[in-house]
Design a protein around this ligand. Sequence first.
Ligand SMILES: [Zn+2]
Length: 470
Amino acid sequence: MLIGRRRQRRSRVLVIGLDCASPSLVFDTFRDDLPHLRQLMEQGRWGVLRSCVPCITIPAWTSMFTSRDPGVLGIYGFRNRAGTDYSALTRADSRAVGRPRVWDTVSAAQQTVVVANVPQTYPVSPVRGALISDFTTPSTDHQFTHPAPLRVDVLQHHPNYRFDVSEFRTDDKAALEMHLYDVLECQYQAFDRLLETFDWSLAVHVNIGIDRVQHGFWRFHDTQHRRHEQNRFSATIRAYYRWVDEWIGRLLRHADGATHILVVSDHGVKRMDGAVALNEWLRLNGWLHLKAPLPEGVTRFDPSLVDWERTRAWSTGGYYGRVFLNVAGREPQGIVSPTAVEETLDALVEQLGELCDEDGCPIPVCAMRPCEIYQAVHGTAPDLLLYFGDLHWRTVGGLGYGRPITRDNDIGPDDANHAEEGLYIWVPALGTGAGRSEERQLMDVAPTILEALRLPADPTHQGRSLFNLL
Ligand SMILES: [Zn+2]
């Protein structure tokens, strides 16, 4: 008999992604300025969500939503080696993701999803529901939605819809500040409308603006920064978090009593002190040789400059360091014997251990081998992944600095690097104990979503559900 039986509402999951959001800012420094996030913290469990290695936007969000590590995915950064020759690195877009993301699994189970602005979703793939692609989308001239007609709808409401600020490594801070609000306002409005329109089970949005505001304004915020300046931009990051918190309040209006809420970041943020010029260090220490003397000034690294028959190692720049050996039988003109790879890497790491800044202060290096940190190693992985100075130092790939470190960034002003600690706030629909909880990791997110939607667990997932949080 149906009379008297309460209809059980269908479970839903709302994922609010905040790229680069820092646990210490949300949980401590800005807590009193963020009423909606604070309320979620009072209702649920929260703590550090450890990023992957490398703690870089791509592959971090994909690691989160596939529950696979970057080695299994074969994605080691925005750009990757496509093979073992010396050709330039290629960008890892959605076509590089060979594993289902959690919304693919939810779609296949005939439940509706709404996905917007999640990194590495361009070119778009079909879902049951709606998808708007991410900051890597070239422009709104391209097909950036599924289904295709949604593009027209988005552009009708937002003729100036953008995927990212045009340049966050800029000295024009006032323009950057204004642009950060404009871009994200459109993105949030479009996502808000999708939440209204679709009868969704899973909804995911990622805000890239927090990452940009921190890279652009960190030195005004952080009194420990060597270029710290107190001025009107010193409140920019705090104000931006407050504005995002207001939007979170609006999005939460779509959550009913059967909605599980998850706030997550892919990594955190920390002060950047400078850059290790890794190819220059390799050149100055005899690991990398050039065909001809360099012209005056800094030269962009290009494989065509390298005398490969004398070169044992080279690298790329970025928020972390990657070193590739020139291995005989693997690279076209390799000279390092395959049997000597281990001892060569050991020697390289030992020598890197002597690295100091211009005042003679050591810059410690954390060196990781892919086979030691990943479940499997696919694609063309770096031979070494390097974190310098606890990630207070990034790397640059250029040549001609004349010394192994630089205080300038080769791609424009940038005040912050990524930290390994991201954050989670987990508020299951049926409630849980509230308060600070144990550290978890990115790959725990997808299993949590499947369990919340009462879908079968995927035995190939590398993470474990947050439902068993301590
Ligand atoms: Zn990120």
